[in-house]
Design a protein around this ligand. Structure first.
Ligand code: ADP
Ligand code: MG
Ligand code: MG
Length: 892
């Protein structure tokens, strides 16, 4: 196995070995596109290097130096120049490139090979002293920052200083002498900060830069980014060494980034930013304002047209939207990078459907190109168009969504305020990788500089954070913690602003939000909207493909009706606990404090008609579709006042010499019912056995509601679900009581009710004994929230905030098991329980009703193990439908 590969050796499918950048550089080289030649040091080399470092041995993997020498020799031969040669130097870039793109996270050094001598050679050959000095100062700046870890602000401050001395804002006004002066300053900075001179030996420069790229895999910000994006820790990065081409070679040169379609909206047509007389990193850093590709056509028609031709070729070749970096050196176009471009959710749906219409892909693939997470984002609320609003500025719509929050001007404040529960908008001139923490904490990001390809825009889109960038009329002063709008208004830290990432607008104060167009489409509104059409076509295809049915968790007729409009095929979990709250709390109190049998009965009798009404309405909303009603599950004390509060109340009353009989009696019962571990206490089926009247009343209410609905010519399909069963005997006892009730109602009302009685499987014991439990159950519904708690032995309320972050750090989970099913452990129990249940009853209907029913990864798992349905909250129903379809298509 080699450590190093020529660009001409690889292809786009070798991202594991060559990293994304290297694999695609190889692909473009093979396609015959104008790519400066170079070679890629593999990710494997990085892993070997980091392993040596960790073992304490250090140094480089054996044979690496020789291979690099060999490939460098070939590059020198191809370019007919030698690295850092005094008269005619070959310069190279040393570029990171991991399997998954991590924008701005890792290091790249340009112009490697320049030193005090070769800068003269470059000046002489190019007959452009300014250009040579500009390249040298860039090398010192990048090398100093990334390889030698000098605070990069020292360099940018010195650059600002030089511009100020010259009375200009633009680096373009600095002449050769100014730049030579900067080179001296930069060298001094390096010397005084590191105690060493900038290394003059070109090969040493290159080797140090390669190591720095390897090391950049392990920086804190790179780790944080990977955790955020769920990128595995053990991949490592490749290093690309590539001959330099120069966008800073005068006004007929420049650098740019482009997308083959608009990454924000998905609209057809190229989209990009170009900057004259600049090297690549200037474009994304937003040091000067870029121009559009249309304007580039005016500046350099030929390069522009070449770029268009190449972009359309790349798009057809990759059959997807591509993201491109290019440089023009004295009128000649060079391709420096391409990859399948990141896009907003909105763009993902549009592009997928457009590409079907253009004949590039089939519908199956279109569905696989969008995700449930993206759909969920499209269902987020938008600013209400009818609401009053004060427009402060308009920037670029870099990442969609409606965000409202207090303006903050640095990451620390963003994190601090967000931690105490405030919504914040991070406002910056432009962002850099150090702002990542603040961006994660903020609701939205606003910058005054940079385009849709700037760091802020790219990272925000990746995280699904709302972002408006390049709002140029804002004068952001991060030191004074405020920004000024061109004509007056000043917004200080803590002032509320609203930003619309879909339109690029920035508003003063909090603008109210309204339903998104996608939600309105799901609600059944007839819309002449491109995005709604795209979503509709994708959903129709996913529905046609999926096997898994999707139900909803709904406790009210309103939720049930909405979920039905969203495509729910029934209710998988109708909780009854909320029906005992509000005004009905009093009745529950009565039930609990009842002295004798007749007191209990009286309280239950009052509850019965109320419950019946609840069920009638829900059955009506879901007419013709199954409705699984779960009998009362939580411990009774949840319906009573808090023990401590009540004790204090009673004690205070006593002190004042007033005795509140009701409170005092209630207190006795609250004490009696108090549990150390309510989650493991008197709840679920245990309640039904302890207070039989409770479940009886509920069963009766369900049966009567069904009978009422039949009389009204409806088609009620209720199912009764018993929670927290651990033993078949529990279910047997309760089932008997429930059946009695149903039979009685059938007889009284003269109807035939077909009410299935099933159980939740949410205890490990139940999963283990599912074959026995199935004897008494018409269906199973896995309660994966409890099964997760009971399986791991921790309670969600306690642990998420206490030790989960440590667990993430140590890689014990990469995502909370409450958010996405722990497929191995908890999923293993679901799979086992399903198999065992179906061994007893082959036709046993099995579903899931935890939060996981709407989580994309979990939905695929439930489909794979052959469940009949998932049930999730109404807003997750479309997500589950889409993912259930994708799960089938994925396997095709
Ligand atoms: P990132 O992954 O952060 O985009 P890159 O390796 O792509 O880092 O490089 C940063 C910038 O330098 C890009 O704009 C890129 O186009 C430019 N660049 C990289 N290599 C060269 C080169 N050989 N010649 C000219 N510009 C280059
Ligand atoms: Mg790049
Ligand atoms: Mg439960």
């Amino acid at each position: 196995m080699a450590w190093v590969y020529e660009f001409s050796e690889g292809n786009k499918d070798q991202k594991d070995l060559l990293g994304g950048k290297g694999a695609n550089l190889a692909e473009m080289t093979t396609l015959g596109l104008p790519v400066p030649p170079g070679f890629t040091i593999s990710t494997e080399t990085c892993r070997a290097y980091l392993a040596l470092k960790e073992s304490g041995e250090g140094g480089e993997p054996e044979g690496l130096a020789e291979e690099v020498t060999d490939h460098l020799g070939r590059l020198e031969a191809a370019m007919d120049k030698r690295l850092g040669d005094a008269d005619d130097p070959l310069l190279v870039s040393v570029r990171s490139g991991a399997k998954f793109s991590m924008p701005g996270m890792m290091e790249t050094v340009l112009n490697v090979g320049l030193n005090d001598t070769s800068v003269g050679g470059l000046a002489a050959r190019s007959e452009d002293e300014r250009f040579a000095q500009d390249s040298y100062r860039r090398l010192l700046q990048m090398f100093g920052g990334t390889v030698l870890h000098v605070d990069s602000e020292l360099f940018s401050d010195a650059l600002d200083e030089a511009k100020k001395a010259k009375g200009t804002e633009s680096d373009l006004d600095l002449d050769a002498d100014d730049l030579r002066g900067l080179v001296e300053t930069f060298k001094q900075i390096i010397k005084s900060e590191t105690g060493r001179d900038f290394p003059q030996d070109p090969r040493e420069q290159m080797d140090l830069a390669i190591r720095a790229v390897f090391d950049s895999w392990n920086t804190d910000r790179a780790r944080l980014y990977r955790r955020q994006e769920r990128i595995p820790e053990d991949l490592g990065t490749a290093v690309n060494v590539q001959a330099m081409v120069f966008g800073n070679f005068g006004m007929d040169s420049g650098s740019g980034v482009a997308f083959t379609r608009d990454p924000a909206s998905g609209a057809q047509g190229e989209y990009g930013d170009y900057l004259q007389n600049a090297q690549g990193e200037d474009v994304v850093a937003g040091i000067r304002n870029t121009v559009s590709l249309a304007d580039m056509a005016e500046i350099d028609r030929r390069s522009h047209d070449d770029l268009m031709t190449i972009m359309s070729r790349l798009e057809r070749h990759y059959r997807d939207m591509c993201d491109i970096e290019f440089t023009v050196e004295r009128g000649k176009l060079w391709m420096l990078q391409t990859r399948v471009g990141k896009r907003t959710p909105e763009a993902a749906f549009r592009i997928a459907v457009h590409m079907v219409d253009e004949g590039l892909i089939q519908m199956d693939e279109a569905v696989l190109r969008v995700t449930g997470d993206q759909l969920a984002q499209l269902m987020f609320p938008r600013f209400d168009e009818k609401a009053e609003r004060t427009l402060l500025a308009k920037g670029m719509n870099a990442s969609p969504g409606a965000a409202v929050g207090k303006a903050v001007f640095d990451s620390d404040t963003a994190v601090e305020w967000a931690e105490r529960g405030e919504d914040v908008i991070l406002v910056r001139k432009e962002t850099n990788p150090d702002d990542l923490r603040g961006m994660v904490a903020a609701r939205g990001i606003l910058t005054s500089r940079g385009g849709k390809t700037s760091h802020a825009a790219v990272v925000a889109r990746g995280m699904g954070r709302t972002c408006v960038c390049g709002a140029e009329s804002l004068d952001v002063d991060t030191k004074a913690k405020q920004f000024r709008v061109r004509d007056g208004e000043t917004i200080a830290e803590g002032d509320v602003i609203s930003i619309d990432g879909t339109t690029g607008e920035v508003f003063q104060g909090a603008v109210p939000v309204a339903d998104s167009v996608v939600v309105r489409h799901f609600e059944g509104e007839k819309l002449d909207d491109d995005l709604a059409h795209a979503v509709a076509r994708i959903m129709a295809h996913a529905d046609g493909a999926r096997r898994l049915r999707v139900r909803t968790n709904a406790d009210t007729p309103e939720d049930a009706a909405r979920a039905r409009r969203f495509g729910a095929q029934g209710i998988g979990l109708c909780r009854t606990e909320h029906m005992f709250l509000g005004e009905r709390r009093e009745l529950v109190e009565k039930l609990i404090v009842a002295e004798d049998e007749s007191g209990v009965e009286a309280a239950l009798a009052e509850l019965l008609p109320l419950q019946r009404q609840d069920f009638t309405e829900i059955l009506e909303a879901m007419d013709g579709l199954p409705v699984t009603i779960r009998l009362l599950d939580p411990p009774l004390h949840e319906f009573l006042p808090d023990l401590t509060e009540l004790s204090v109340e009673v004690a205070l009353a006593e002190e004042r010499g007033q005795v509140d009989e009701r409170a005092a009696s209630l207190l006795t019962h609250v004490r009696r019912l108090h549990e150390q571990n309510p989650m493991l206490g008197l709840r679920g089926v245990r309640l039904g056995i302890q207070i039989p009247g409770l479940f009886t009343m509920q069963a009766r209410a369900i049966a009567e509601a069904a009978a009422d609905r039949m009389e009204a010519h409806g088609t009620p399909l209720p199912e009764i679900m018993v929670p927290l069963v651990a033993s078949v005997r529990e279910l047997e006892i309760v089932r008997h009581v429930l059946e009695e009730q149903v039979a009685e109602v059938e007889e009284q009302r003269g109807v035939k009710l077909d009410i299935a009685i099933g159980t939740m499987i949410e205890l490990p014991r139940a999963a283990f004994l599912a074959d026995r439990i199935a004897k008494e159950a018409d269906f199973f519904s896995f309660g994966t929230n409890d099964l997760t708690q009971m399986g791991w032995g921790f309670s969600r309320d306690d642990v998420e905030s206490s030790f989960f972050s440590r667990y993430f750090e140590h890689g014990i989970f990469d995502v909370s098991p409450f958010e996405s099913l722990d497929q191995l452990g908890v999923g293993g129990m679901v799979e086992m329980g399903t198999k065992k249940g179906r061994k007893t009853k082959p036709e046993l209907k099995v579903g899931v009703c935890g939060e996981h029913g709407g989580d994309p990864r979990s939905v695929h798992f439930f489909d794979d193990i052959g469940l009949n349905y998932v049930s999730c909250s109404p807003f997750r129903v479309p997500v589950a439908r889409l993912e259930a379809g994708r799960s089938v298509l994925d396997k095709r």
